[in-house]
Ligand binder design. Structure first.
Ligand code: ADP
Ligand code: MG
Length: 245
């Protein structure tokens, strides 16, 4: 997966593999009335295949804004955003929506599950956009829930699950389409310490075992320590990455 189609075995080297996500000179501001509020002042960095990155920074520093750009939920004012070889700046709104469904798994602080649907129905939801028989959607969703340790909670609705369990359902939902990148915005921000550790262990395991690239926003340095590297966003600028493991 994610291998270049033509690799010269004699010169093939890990460093030659193009990054999975590449941001170049990304600028973003918001308009508030007459005022323009600058948020990102020309951000450049790469996410390699299989990498687990943590993004930290004070409240209001633009962490969610940056994640939403990577996820194709919002668009930059200028700059390039290339994901899996595709410049997503060139996509129309409809193309971007399709692109998002195919390439991005989003994990939110407050889980964002559908309250009337069971765990397995929530997880199967992204597959509705695909041309797939109902039984296969269900089988895949069951498998994903087994992967996150919720085989015994398939039929529960969110209100019958703890916060940590709801976040595990959300992780299964984010993985179900086999996305290029997982984007997580403060995934443990609403959890007690023990549940947070479970979620972080799970994310680390998924990254290790299936090599899914993850970018996670957190303002908890203990949570950030689960990543391979940490970057800090402050006053529109991104720090150099700090290697963790
Ligand atoms: P963080 O996630 O780091 O707390 P955000 O990315 O949510 O920060 O916000 C960065 C800045 O952009 C804040 O000043 C926020 O008020 C502003 N902002 C975020 N979204 C919008 C929006 N849709 N319209 C106007 N301003 C926004
Ligand atoms: Mg935020």
């Amino acid at each position: 997966m994610n291998q270049p189609s033509e690799v010269d075995a004699t010169v093939g080297d890990v460093a030659d593999v193009p990054p999975l996500v590449s941001l170049r000179r990304i600028v973003k501001s918001y308009r508030r009335g007459q005022q323009t509020v600058p948020v990102l002042a020309g951000i450049s960095f790469d996410i390699a295949a299989g990498e687990f990155l943590a993004l930290m920074g004070p409240s209001g520093s633009g962490k969610s804004t940056l994640l939403n750009l990577i996820a194709g939920i919002d668009r930059p004012d200028s700059g390039e955003l290339i994901v899996a070889g595709e410049d997503i700046g060139g996509l129309s709104e409809a193309e971007l929506a399709d692109w998002r469904a195919q390439h991005v798994g989003f994990i939110f602080q407050f889980y964002n599950l559908m309250p009337v649907l069971s765990a397995v129905e929530n997880v199967a939801l992204p597959l509705l956009l695909k041309d797939m028989p109902r039984t296969e959607r269900r089988e895949r969703a069951e498998l994903a829930l087994e992967m996150v340790g919720l085989a015994d909670r398939m039929a529960h609705v969110p209100s019958e699950l703890s916060g940590g369990q709801q976040q595990r359902v959300a992780i299964a939902r984010a993985l179900i389409t086999d996305p290029t990148v997982i984007v997580a915005d403060e995934p443990t921000g609403d959890l007690d310490r023990e549940s947070a550790n479970e979620i972080l262990n799970l994310m680390q395991r998924l990254n290790d075992e299936i090599g899914k690239a993850i970018i996670m926003v957190t303002h908890d340095s203990r949570a950030a320590a689960y990543a391979h590297a940490i970057m800090h966003l402050e006053k529109g600028e991104l720090s150099a990455r700090e290697q963790v493991r």
